[in-house]
Design a protein around this ligand. Structure first.
Ligand SMILES: Cc1cc2nc3c(=O)[nH]c(=O)nc-3n(C[C@H](O)[C@H](O)[C@H](O)COP(=O)(O)OP(=O)(O)OC[C@H]3O[C@@H](n4cnc5c(N)ncnc54)[C@H](O)[C@@H]3O)c2cc1C
Length: 398
């Protein structure tokens, strides 16, 4: 499975904007161009993000404007019911949906309980709809962040904290048990490095328990961390020895600035790779590793990077494996990189969109990450706007 000197010569192409934006009418296209245009202005995003957080804290009536703009672009709705038209639209073009109840970093026990109930409700919905038979969750929606940080740092928990941790783990197990009973897969997101050890341990335990016959539980590896390729190798080996199936979502990682800042402030070595090339190299090596172990690994190629998708396509060609192999999924975030999702679906790959949903104030941290990610005019994100504009030109016959 070595990569040849001209590696990406598979059939897949992302240039066809008619396919990419077939799901958008002219009005939706115009709205997306305006929004991505605004997000390409870093100072506007920085001010807007702070202003939105402040306004929500002050209970100012800003939900309406957020919902009509950035929320509609990146979220399916405030409830599962509201997501249905978006799910059906994707379905028309062969794109699946990964429902993601957008709750994170909750503090209060009743909020964490409520999140568990909502997630199980999402599993129950996903069970009925074959196009949404994967859901995603953040462990910080079920267990308090600071507790995960303490466990990850190897600090001992007080008596009440131990009880709290047991309750949190029960919530994770409750979700996985429901997923197991319904055959719905659960992707657990990767979060900040200083809570990730605890997350890895809990998710691995769930895999040991529920991934015997079918891959139900998936962990996530962030390849912007320089230790994750080795972690992935070890995790696969551990699953082989423990005789369970290994599920993994491979991503580059969303918290780079925060990770580097914390490491610099606290004086430890940054867990982040030295440069983008190193992240790309490990991302692609991670995908290759999963492919080599396809008999017991199910994986999600979760990226907006065209080259990584072309590499996957090329490796599948070389292996003479099917694009629709049940252990392989590719996914992009809802509202982003439609040119990848729709063209891959058209070429017969298993493709899904990560679709967050929930009350506007709950998904604000997610929306801010999306806006910040899209401020870069360079690379893939800038491509988004140029593809949208290209499609507008094509429709106008220019
Ligand atoms: C379906 C899906 C699920 C996701 N789930 C998670 C998740 O669970 N946890 C999570 O953290 N993120 C998650 N993400 C976000 C993801 O980690 C990336 O932030 C985002 O997808 C951009 O990376 P890329 O591979 O799409 O593309 P690219 O644009 O090629 O890569 C950008 C990424 O490269 C890395 N990078 C950029 N500059 C440098 C540098 N100088 N040095 C080192 N690395 C650099 C960063 O990770 C940056 O986000 C998810 C993304 C998708 C599509």
């Amino acid at each position: 499975m070595s990569t040849d000197p001209k590696p990406y010569d598979c059939e897949l192409s992302f240039e066809d904007t008619a396919i990419a934006f077939a799901g958008k009418d002219n009005k939706e296209l115009k709205k997306a161009i305006q929004l991505f245009g605004l997000m390409n202005n870093p100072s506007l995003v920085a001010i807007g993000s702070r202003l939105a957080q402040w306004a929500l804290k002050m209970h100012l009536p800003v939900q309406g404007i957020i919902k009509a703009t950035i929320f509609t672009q990146f979220c399916g709705g405030t409830s599962i019911q509201e997501c249905i038209p978006a799910i059906k639209k994707l379905q028309e073009f062969g794109v699946h949906t990964i429902l993601d109840y957008g709750v994170e970093a909750k503090q209060e026990e009743n909020e964490l309980e409520l999140a568990a109930q909502k997630l199980v409700k999402t599993v129950r919905y996903a069970e009925k709809d074959p196009d949404t038979n994967i859901i995603s969750s953040k462990v910080t929606g079920l267990i308090r962040f600071d507790l995960l940080a303490k466990v990850s740092a190897g600090k001992s928990l007080s008596g009440p904290e131990q009880q709290e941790y047991i309750r949190g783990r029960k919530r994770v197990k409750f979700l996985c048990k429901n997923a197991y009973e319904t055959g719905v897969q659960v992707y657990f997101d990767a979060e900040e490095s200083w809570i990730q050890d605890a997350i890895d341990r809990i998710v691995t335990e769930m895999m040991q328990y529920y991934n015997k016959e079918k891959c139900i539980v998936f962990n996530t590896v962030q390849m912007y961390r320089h230790d994750r390729l080795v972690f992935l190798q070890k995790s696969i080996q551990k699953a082989k020895e423990g005789k369970y199936l290994y599920g993994v979502k491979v991503v580059r990682g969303a918290y780079m600035e925060k990770e580097r800042k914390r490491a610099a402030e606290m004086g430890y070595d940054s867990p982040i790779q030295a440069d983008k090339a190193a992240t790309d190299r490990d991302y692609n090596a991670g995908i290759e590793l999963c492919l080599k172990n396809l008999d017991m690994v199910s994986f999600c190629n979760a990226t907006h990077n065209e080259e990584s998708c072309l590499m996957l396509c090329n490796l599948l060609d070389q292996m003479e494996a099917s694009n629709t192999h049940p252990n392989i999924m590719s996914a992009q975030l809802y509202g982003m990189s439609d040119h990848i999702s729709f063209n891959m679906a058209k070429a017969g790959f298993n493709v899904a969109k990560y679709m967050p949903y929930g009350p506007v104030e709950e998904v604000i941290p997610y929306l801010i990450r999306r806006a910040q990610e899209n401020t870069s005019v360079e690379g893939q994100m800038g491509r988004e706007l140029s593809f949208l504009k290209e499609e507008r030109r094509r429709r106008r016959g220019i």
